[in-house]
Write a protein that binds this ligand. Sequence first.
Ligand SMILES: [Zn+2]
Length: 166
Amino acid sequence: MASPDLDLHYMNLALDAARAAEAAGEVPVGAIVVSPAGDVLATGNNRVLRDNDPTAHAEIVAIRATGQALANYRLLTPEGEGCTLYVTLEPCAMCAGAILHARIARLVYAATDPKAGACGSVLSVMNHPALNHRVEVTPGILADECSTLLTAFFRARRNAATQTIP
Ligand SMILES: [Zn+2]
C-alpha cells in the first residue's frame, strides 16, 4: 500500500498534528499510525514540554496510543500485518528503536534531521544490517512544508529570546 497520493494525504494529517504541537509551544513534529486497511489508528504530536517527558516525541506518543487501540504491544493486525507510521521529521535513535520494537512495516517521513536523524542522517538504526526487523522506508514526502514549519519555529524562538534580553 504505497501510493504517492495516499502518502501525501496521510502526511498532511501528520503535518496538522505538528501544527498542533506548535500551537502548544512545542517543537512542531507530528506523527500518525495507519493500519494496512488505511484506517488512522492514532495521532501523536511532540509534547515533551507539556508532559515533562523527554521520551514524548510524536512517534512515541502515536505508537503508545496505537498499542492501546490494538491492545497489542506489537502494532500488528490480527492477521499479523504491520502498520505504517507517518512522521514529519526523520526519527531519532529512540524513536527508530521504538519503531522496530513496534514491528512497524513501513515508515514514511518528511524532513531529514541532520542533527539527530537515525535513518541515515546521523545514525543508521533503521534497517541496520545486524537487526532482524526490516522496515520499508520512504523519505521526503512533504519535506519542504515540514522543514519550513520547523525552521520558522526555531527562528521565532530565537527572535523571542533576543527580545527578552534587556
Ligand atoms: Zn524521536
